[in-house]
Design a protein around this ligand. Structure first.
Ligand SMILES: *Cc1c(COP(=O)(O)O)cnc(C)c1O
Length: 386
């Protein structure tokens, strides 16, 4: 039965915003009243609160997650002539940020079961030019901090975490963003902590890195109208900071709801669903903040992924693919010289993965409906193939 009604949206932000809509209005009015729209009081207050939440000393608000990577790397002293190792299966912004910093991205494969960076493969890519590793805490699950710290120590590298999908994720006693020299967060609206527009944050324990990031986001000014380095204009708007600060206290609960939804899906796929549908493995237990819930389809079904998505859509269920083309095969990066076959796991995953709806407020009934409809779509395809 075709239905134009969305029964399970991919993301539903109204659950977050409805209960605080009066507070949002009040916060907006107070910023308008104060009039400090750029580098205002609410930005400084949010930076302090966000740093504390991530268990780091400093936070520097910037205009986007992409900008947080570019400025954050530069603030760590990474630029022209430096190589930065980054997974091939990430959102393209991880790689764009490295290039914007002036450095050279060196792509690496991922592990099949977690979709996280393969540090064994990364070790083989280290050269005298390698300056940093940029692990991505993909889908809300952290790369093992201990493994990262061992890797960085062995090869004498800086760790710069892309935490854009992992606000307040934990593993081995670390918060995302607190493992390396610095880290980047995004506040794109659908991220675990989202602004009403764009936003990003650099976090670090290093005072000099924080200071340099503050300068770089503000035209490279060390004091007003004195520019000691080439900076840019990339500040987190005071208005967005005020909204994000309002939402921050709710984040632990929202993450917990995502974690519970992830666990519910996992249970379903373990017990009831087609044994060949494999969720991306959660090795972080409660520390996984499930920015996305991703399953792998067996190759026989992966070829028919579009058909499965259409069947889900017809049942009112939205789905996604994160990401359909790995970075090394993006036309924009052709000049980097990679080709098909270079990163087997990233390529396999890009063909197999399917992202199912997950957001704070998704109900048990919605999750069951998604699982049932996915199973039905899969069974129809299997029958057709017999
Ligand atoms: C969203 C995202 C970014 C970029 O953040 P923007 O705020 O959209 O610039 C970078 N890396 C990853 C892994 C992301 O998911």
């Amino acid at each position: 039965m075709k239905s134009s009604v969305v029964r399970v949206p991919f993301v539903d932000l109204s659950f977050q915003h409805q209960p605080i809509k009066d507070d949002i209005t009040q916060v907006l009015q107070s910023v308008v009243k104060r009039g400090d729209f750029v580098l205002g009081q609410a930005l400084a207050e949010f930076e302090t609160a966000f740093a504390k939440a991530c268990n780091v000393k400093y936070a520097v608000g910037v205009a986007s997650g992409t900008s947080a990577i570019a400025i954050g790397l530069q603030a760590c002293g990474i630029g022209k002539g430096d190589e930065v190792i980054v997974p091939a299966n990430t959102f393209i912004a991880s790689v764009i940020g490295i290039i914007q910093a002036g450095a050279t991205p060196i792509l690496v494969d991922c592990e099949l079961d977690t979709a996280l960076i393969d540090l064994t493969a990364a070790a083989k890519l280290v050269t005298p030019k390698t300056k940093a590793i940029l692990p991505v805490h993909l889908y809300g699950q952290m790369v093992s901090p201990q493994a990262l710290l061992d890797f960085a120590q062995t090869h004498n590298l800086i760790i710069f975490e892309d935490s854009a999908q992992a606000h307040l994720a934990t593993k081995e006693g670390y918060y995302a963003g607190s493992v390396g020299k610095a880290a980047a967060f995004s506040f794109y609206p659908s991220k675990n902590l989202g602004a009403l527009g764009n936003g990003g944050m650099i976090v670090t324990d290093d005072e000099a890195v924080a200071k340099k990031a503050r300068s770089l986001r503000n035209y490279g000014a060390s004091q007003k109208y004195l520019h000691v380095e080439l900076g840019t204009n990339s500040r987190l708007d005071t208005l967005q900071a005020a909204i994000l600060h309002l939402k921050l206290p709710y984040l632990p609960d929202w993450n917990q709801m995502r974690n519970q939804a992830g666990e519910m899906y996992d249970r379903y796929f373990r017990k009831l669903a087609h044994p060949e549908i494999k969720p991306i493995q959660n090795y972080s237990d409660r520390g996984h903040v499930y920015h996305l819930y991703v399953v792998r389809l067996p190759d026989s079904l992966a070829e028919r992924r579009e058909q499965i998505q259409t069947a889900l859509a017809d049942a009112g269920i939205q789905s996604g693919i994160h990401y359909p083309i790995p970075c090394h095969l993006q036309p924009a990066f052709k000049y980097l010289g990679y080709q098909s076959g270079d990163f087997a796991h990233a390529e396999t995953l890009s063909a197999q993965i399917l992202s199912l709806p997950i957001f704070p407020g998704i109900t048990k009934a919605q999750i069951e409906l998604v699982c049932q409809q996915l199973l039905e779509a899969v069974n129809i395809i299997i029958k057709e193939g017999d």
